[in-house]
Unconditional design. Structure first.
Length: 276
């Protein structure tokens, strides 16, 4: 069965069976019961980075409320503006988490093939489990793998999507075809400012960065901003899924679980780059 994965040991293309993936050099990778495969390089320990299980669960609960659907829709619109939904075009969600944005993009681009990778095994497990009962052509494919060592061949992808993740520009450039699209979503200055005001004595704006990436040309950008009225549970889950949670004191983390209804801005910026 055809797959777009390459072997993390030798770099050869992988073949897929119902239970595993293998290459011509006899490296084998078993599929987990949920359907994902672990293609992290041998030196990469399980969950050496990425999100803790509770953070993944909080993110899944929050995203399932639809609070970030406007961002997902904007990502799909930005991709659609760069070209048609091509048969078997490879889209890679680099740092896919539990697969929310990958699933949204696949729904908008049914002809494309959507692969998501993340080093957080707990998140990938959730992502793959959500695909179990879908037909083959409707599924996203997920693997435990690092964004700085993507298990894909040179110039194989039409698009790489990076949402709230570090951008591995050299690796993205390697796997993208000439003219391929790199889509980057980051928090804007005012993102979650209202939530931070409820939790900290001094709330700080986010620093916005718009770096140039070697091998890419910036071809477009978009701002997505809107007010969110969050229930207490939504506010607690939103805070728990952000880096702020682990950087905060135990007192702040405890307070976040008791916030009650909270009003805060969602503020995202999307940058669209094309491989030169």
């Amino acid at each position: 069965m055809k797959t777009y994965y390459t072997c993390p040991v030798c770099g050869e293309m992988l073949e897929e069976t119902e239970k595993n993936l293998f290459c011509t050099n006899h490296h084998n990778f078993d599929k987990a019961a949920e359907g994902y495969v672990n293609l992290a390089p041998p030196r990469a320990g399980a969950d050496r980075s990425g999100d803790a299980v509770e953070s993944c669960r909080a993110r899944r609960r929050f995203l399932e409320t639809g609070a970030y659907q406007k961002l997902a829709d904007a990502l799909c619109d930005a991709l659609a503006a760069q070209g048609p939904d091509q048969e078997d075009a490879l889209f890679i969600d680099a740092g896919c988490g539990e697969g929310y944005y990958a699933r949204s993009i696949k729904a908008h681009f049914p002809k494309a093939v959507l692969y998501g990778v993340d080093l957080a095994k707990s998140a990938v497990k959730m992502a793959a489990k959500a695909e179990k009962n879908k037909k083959d052509g409707e599924k996203c494919h997920f693997a435990v793998a690092g964004i700085f060592e993507l298990p894909f061949a040179d110039e194989s992808a039409s698009a790489v999507i990076s949402v709230f993740a570090p951008v591995a520009d050299k690796e993205n450039c390697r796997v993208l075809k000439k003219g391929g699209v790199l889509l980057v979503a980051c928090p804007g200055k005012q993102h979650l400012y209202g939530l931070k005001e409820r939790l900290y004595d001094t709330a700080l704006e986010n620093e916005e960065k718009a770096p140039d990436y070697d091998g890419f040309t910036l071809i477009g950008e978009q701002r997505v901003t809107y007010e969110m009225r969050l229930s207490g549970e939504q506010a607690a889950d939103l805070f728990a899924m952000t880096p702020y949670f682990w950087r905060s004191s135990a007192e702040v983390r405890e307070h976040s679980a008791k916030l009650g209804e909270t009003v805060s801005m969602a503020d995202f910026y999307i940058k669209i780059y094309r491989k030169q």
